[in-house]
Ligand binder design. Structure first.
Ligand code: CTP
Length: 401
């Protein structure tokens, strides 16, 4: 699978640099052509001689070396490649990448890169956990950079352990293979726009309180990621969640049901809409401008009014997407309730799941669903939320033709 692939490895200055020698060997064994740039500090940990012997190619390091620039030049170096692997990626290297700093050949090449980039962090666990590093890593992820690791385990420092270790060489090689497998998969939704809602909504009561529900956003985010992998342009409209943003999607963050509806309508036209959000059915009739005070045993002074139904509005809209998918969260009479939603909300499919506490769906990575459409009911086995998303996107792609 790696035969003929051109991989550029940027080796940063960390103790784990020696492990990357093994990565080079394994990638070469699998037929990849490997070129290496050593950062200035990377050279302190592995020598150009060793790296060159393993890669079988000239090793690059100096931005201002006239022979290196004449031989190939940093722009070509970063363009003439199918993938760039940064390993070990130190906290300092990640910080420079996140901020677009091009202060040596390695970072200049990363800034000039057109190829996809995979970063393999390696540092002390405190450095990885530091808010600055987390901010920088999140920025890179938002820029489309992929990550392998860091792994958990013992640190180079005595008696320290935690998350920060470089992933094992074979895990890195497997990650690289998985990247190419994914990249070469057919893209049945290329050229399509897919709209996904995800997560809960929250409805304010007063300046300090709100009502919401237990939705984690995992299923909706998985659908958005699957649609992006299938080649679609994806707009993910999400209520507040604590899971990472999926790769390669445009995110619109909202809080209330009304904001979600406005964001959905603003994102039209789209070919497909998958409404997985757990939208709050009601909101407080009024949002109190000040914190509501309790008064001697009285019931809470709250009354609720109904929220707009995002799915039903879209299902009957003049700009209705070609395919509209709703979810149904049920605790009783799953099929009857889901069939009613299919009929009333203008959906082509309703994916029904049992969210009774015994089912343990909320927050879990698994889901047991049945899919209702005009053609009938299809019961799917218990699958991971990622697998449910893959299957659903495959179904939609097939229907779109
Ligand atoms: N939905 C929506 N807007 C709402 C309520 C629900 O878009 N105000 C969507 C959900 O995203 C989901 C589908 O409608 O795709 C069904 O949601 P669910 O909570 O199961 O059903 P409800 O319509 O709220 O009906 P009920 O509360 O009676 O089960």
């Amino acid at each position: 699978m790696l035969a003929g692939k051109r991989i550029l490895i940027v080796i940063g200055g960390g103790i784990a640099a020696y492990k990357v020698l093994e990565v080079i060997r394994r990638l070469k064994e699998r037929g990849a052509a490997v070129r290496v740039i050593l950062t200035r500090s990377g050279k302190e940990f592995v020598t150009p001689m060793t790296v060159g012997a393993l890669s079988g190619e000239k090793v690059f390091s100096d931005l201002f070396d006239p022979t290196e620039e004449q031989d190939i030049g940093h722009i070509v170096l970063s363009r003439d490649t199918d993938l760039i692997l940064v390993a070990p990626a130190t906290a300092n290297l990640i910080a420079r990448m996140a901020n677009g700093i091009a202060d040596e050949l390695a970072t200049a090449s990363l800034l000039a890169a057109a190829a996809p980039i995979i970063v393999c962090p390696a540092m002390n666990q405190r450095m990885w956990a530091h808010p600055a590093t987390q901010r920088n890593a999140a920025q890179l992820a938002a820029d489309g950079v992929r990550f392998i690791g860091p792994a958990e385990g013992r640190m180079a420092e005595r008696n320290e352990a935690g998350v920060g270790r470089l992933s094992e060489p074979m895990e890195i090689v497997a990650g690289v293979e998985a990247f190419f497998t994914q990249a070469e998969k057919p893209k049945p939704l290329a050229g399509r726009h897919v709209l996904v809602t995800s997560g809960p909504t929250i409805e304010p009561i007063d300046p300090v309180r709100f009502i919401t529900n237990r939705s984690s956003g995992k299923q909706g985010h998985a659908v958005a990621a699957a649609a992006a992998r299938a080649g679609a342009r994806v707009t993910l409209i999400s209520g507040p969640v604590s899971i990472p943003d999926p790769l390669g999607v445009d995110i619109v963050r909202v809080e209330t049901a009304r904001e979600m509806l406005a964001a959905v309508l603003a994102a039209l036209p789209s070919d497909v809409a998958v409404m997985t959000a757990a939208v709050s059915d009601w909101r407080p009739a009024e949002v109190a401008p000040q914190k509501i005070k309790k008064s001697a045993g009285d019931p809470a002074p709250l009354s609720f009014i109904e929220n707009p139904d995002v799915l039903a509005t879209l299902g009957h809209d003049a700009q209705r997407p070609k395919i509209v998918v709703g979810f149904a969260a049920e605790t009783t009479d799953i099929e009857a309730n889901a069939a009613r939603k299919l009929a009333t909300k203008g959906a082509d499919y309703i994916v029904a799941n049992d969210v009774s506490p015994a089912g343990g769906v909320f927050g879990s990575d698994l889901n047991s669903v049945r899919v209702l459409s005009a053609a009938g009911i299809d019961v799917w086995p218990t699958l991971s939320k990622d697998e449910v998303a893959e299957r659903l996107i495959a179904l939609v792609a097939e229907r779109l033709g």
